[in-house]
Design a protein around this ligand. Sequence first.
Ligand code: ATP
Ligand code: MG
Length: 136
Amino acid sequence: MEQTFIMIKPDGVQRGLVGEIISRFEKKGFYLKGLKMMNVDRSFAQTHYADLSAKPFFPGLVEYIISGPVVAMVWEGKNVVVTGRKIIGATNPSDSSPGTIRGDYAIVMGRNVIHGSDSIESARKEIALWFPEGIA
Ligand code: ATP
Ligand code: MG
């Protein structure tokens, strides 16, 4: 069954949105397969976002991700990668529709609450990076 990697970013954790975010994925019908709170270091954050390393916002993005604990999760279900991205909403909260997580809870791209894998291939890589011990 298809799986995706979802991470609640430090602002989402600090603002108390963990329960709300988990609830949205659960109510949709997806299955929570892995869950842990983590503090990631700079090199780990750089690896996770390696595809964006040439972008001008990359250093700020890395600082953001290491600024506090994050919640790393694996969710499973039919079309969970694409549907998960729909639940999350557009990258820029100015463009994300009300009813999406970013549309409801974020204002700026630099504090957009949550990450979701953008393809099945990215999901596979990200699950291997964040859950090297495997999931049950
Ligand atoms: P994520 O990978 O975190 O789920 P995304 O796939 O919607 O987000 P990406 O293009 O992968 O968008 O960018 C990763 C993250 O980098 C964004 O979620 C956002 O936090 C940050 N980011 C992207 N573009 C910008 C930008 N122009 N300015 C500042 N931050 C940005
Ligand atoms: Mg992305």
